[in-house]
Design a protein around this ligand. Sequence first.
Ligand SMILES: [Zn+2]
Length: 416
Amino acid sequence: MKFFFKPQMIYLTMFTTSLFVGCETETFESESSLSQNGNFEIEEAYPDQTGKLHSILLDGEEVMVENFGDNNVSVIGDMLFYTDNSDSTKSVGRTGGRWPNNIVYYEIQSGMPNQARIRNAIGHWEANTALRFVKRTNQSAYVFFQKGGGCSSFVGRTGRKQTINLADGCSTGSTIHEIGHAIGLYHEQSRKDRDRFIKVLFGNIQSGKEHNFQTYVQRGRDGTENTSTLDFGSIMMYSPKSFSNNGQPTITKVDGSSYSTQRNGLSSADITGINKMYPGNTNLAAGKPSFQSSTYNNDTNRFGPSKTVDRNTNNFSHTNKQNNAWWEVDLGFNADIKDVQIWNRADCCQNRLTDFDIKVYDRRGGRQIKSIRINEEARRGKSYDVNARGRVVRIQLRDRNFLHMAEVRVNGTRVR
Ligand SMILES: [Zn+2]
């Protein structure tokens, strides 16, 4: 069973948790426990089980699937499909099954264990793409996160309630992966041009699991690729020994060599492709020069200002406790800034970012163009309207405190 935490990972999680208890006295976070899923290999809906194999007609094509009791739902690895298939369009692949207006409605099962992984995965998607995840009210098409026996998701928007099933062992990275399915992504190795990049070694694949290695074209779906090459670093890429029956690789590079995979987050090629599927507000702040009034314990490696524009909602910047502590980013050009999104440090201390200003300047140390007072607790991913033209965005506390933020996204358009 591939998806459970290794024992040392459990230890690490407990260790960091115990550090967080003392948060009020400013403890370190050695490294996010969320990035400790590097050993993750593959998501499956029903780990270590093989369902009843049968073929169904999916958009007029005969496709092998597995069935695990619910005749209405067919399973390919960790991807679920409604067998009646009545609501899907011809071209789900990477071109259909989209969520209109970039909004994914969702609900979380009450009592769902470890909801932080869902919040963090959603935060990761929102910090890196134009997609927004909105709690469902009365929408009939939405994602329902629920406890399951494995990790699995439907592919693309189905037009009705669609589950993302998460066993306790499904990490934040796997949750990011399953959301990838829900917004329309197939596995990276199922690209229609994959044979230019990889070899699939069918002789090493467990009997009955071969259908997991079909391209999505072979599954009766069409679509265009949004990137020009297969990305081994994609969060949607299978590991080399997925579904192996003998410990030997089931996938190699086309030259026969191996490769490594990751479940830390969306790769830059993932983001490129998703931006084509869901174009929208551009995050102007990512990777731009950033500054802050001081750095906690002078530890710029851990708490430097750039942690706030690294597109990782777990790392965070951190000032010392001081009057009117500030952080700012220099976009390097004038922009029409629509809104600013702020992710607080996840594990504690949100209330430290309660009474603050979002300021826009024409340059660093220059003229202030706008200042917006936010007198409420900033929550993770919360968006604040700015609607101003400027080049530098500053977040500044109004009182004496620490300032730490996991991510700031400046959404807008560059002025040409
Ligand atoms: Zn998957």
